[in-house]
Design a protein around this ligand. Structure first.
Ligand SMILES: *[C@@H]1O[C@H](CO)[C@@H](O)[C@H](O)[C@H]1NC(C)=O
Ligand SMILES: *[C@@H]1O[C@H](CO)[C@@H](O)[C@H](O)[C@H]1NC(C)=O
Ligand SMILES: *[C@@H]1O[C@H](CO)[C@@H](O)[C@H](O)[C@H]1NC(C)=O
Ligand SMILES: *[C@@H]1O[C@H](CO)[C@@H](O)[C@H](O)[C@H]1NC(C)=O
Ligand SMILES: *[C@@H]1O[C@H](CO)[C@@H](O)[C@H](O)[C@H]1NC(C)=O
Length: 326
């Protein structure tokens, strides 16, 4: 029996929408560019590339994406820490207001303190709840209340310890009124049960706020384990009604992966081609480009004279960000 042509049309359409379904509006980019590989930057922002937002651990846009409007990919600034100040410095607030009012960059969400409950040595922003509250009051509170920007809670280990004292201190400064927030960023470094446990713990503590899962992964696993985790974690995060956004760590070549992460999580191979995970994250199919160090041993570079060693020294910047996230 010959199938009518229209059947093939429908089949193609449904396959195309299957491909589309692999994308998710929740997906974003933890952008950690390497200046040795400027051409890699364009990979994450190709038209229909599937990523809707990015952050870079900084208050200002990344130079590589400075010309992209918020409607192409939404930049979410981060107020990483106190910048050595104790609360009176409003430069973060001023920068966001200036970007929005005079530079045509309509900032709608900001991230706040990165692991203030951890020391600088551990990659944290090392702030007492009282200092953090003072910094919040002079920068974040006006952004939210006067400028309608949605703000994320500081990103910490435990949903209560540090955050409870922070929110208490903040309310004290704010004439007894609660310091509001609009979403709760959560980090996770572990398998699916770790990820679910962290999402559940924060969702229970802040039942009315959406959750953002930031730069997550299951570090230092072999490639099959990492790929299986990737698949099950994105399915879980996409289906979870309270998870509003998430970002996979990360967007770098497997040769510059932080030692804290290992090569399997890399979305680019040593030559800058998308790995399977990189392509899946952008809504594409498998590429068959594995991070060659994952299997062990050496790989001689086909591109240029690159030789990939099993023992990779993590570059300082990536190492800091990898641990800063914890
Ligand atoms: C932010 O980045 C833009 C684009 O690279 C640059 O023009 C501007 O001077 C930067 N602003 C600050 C405060 O660093
Ligand atoms: C700014 O962004 C918000 C959130 O995306 C949107 O509701 C608002 O209309 C935008 N404003 C301008 C002036 O583009
Ligand atoms: C992960 O999902 C892709 C399709 O998106 C599939 O091709 C692959 O076999 C899956 N891998 C594992 C380990 O589940
Ligand atoms: C990998 O990247 C190189 C250099 O950008 C390119 O020439 C090559 O075709 C790519 N290979 C694959 C399999 O995508
Ligand atoms: C960038 O990549 C080069 C070459 O792989 C590496 O030596 C360097 O440490 C990387 N820099 C950063 C900041 O990751």
């Amino acid at each position: 029996m010959r199938l009518p042509l229209i059947f093939f049309g429908l089949l193609t359409a449904s396959l195309a929408s299957l491909g589309g379904a692999a994308r998710s509006p929740k997906r974003g980019l933890a952008f950690v560019p390497n200046e040795s590989y400027p051409n890699d930057n364009a990979i994450w922002v190709r038209p229909n590339g599937g990523l809707t937002w990015y952050y870079n651990f900084q208050s200002n846009v990344s130079v590589a994406y400075a010309s992209l409007p918020q409607t192409t990919i939404e930049f979410v600034p981060t107020m990483w820490g106190a910048g050595g100040g104790s609360g009176n410095d409003p430069s973060f607030l001023d920068g966001i207001v200036t970007a929005t009012t005079t530079k045509g960059r309509n900032i709608s969400h900001v991230l706040t303190f990165n692991s203030p409950d951890k020391s600088f040595a551990d990659g944290g922003s090392d702030m007492s709840p009282a200092t953090a509250a003072a910094v919040w009051a002079s920068n974040i509170l006006p952004l939210r209340e006067k400028h309608g920007v949605k703000v994320g809670l500081p990103t910490v280990e435990d949903p209560h310890d540090w955050l409870d004292s922070f929110l208490k201190s903040c309310a004290r400064i704010n004439d007894g009124k609660e310091c509001g927030f609009d979403f709760v960023p959560v980090y996770s470094h572990g398998d699916l049960s770790v990820l679910k446990g962290r999402v559940d713990a924060f969702a229970t503590a802040y039942p009315t706020s959406p959750i953002w899962v930031m730069g997550y992964g299951f570090e230092n696993q072999d490639l099959p384990t990492t790929q299986a985790f990737f698949n099950s974690s994105v399915a879980y995060l996409d289906a979870h009604q309270k998870v509003e956004r998430y970002s996979w760590f990360g967007a770098f070549r497997s040769i510059v992966s932080s030692s804290a992460v290992g090569p399997s999580q890399a979305m680019l191979d040593p030559w800058g081609n998308l790995t399977d995970i990189g392509s899946w994250y952008l809504g594409g199919g498998a590429t068959g480009n594995p991070p060659p160090c994952a299997g062990g041993g050496k790989t001689s570079g086909a591109a240029g004279s690159l030789v990939v060693e099993r023992t990779m020294v993590p570059p300082a910047a990536t190492r800091n960000i990898g641990s800063a996230d914890r």
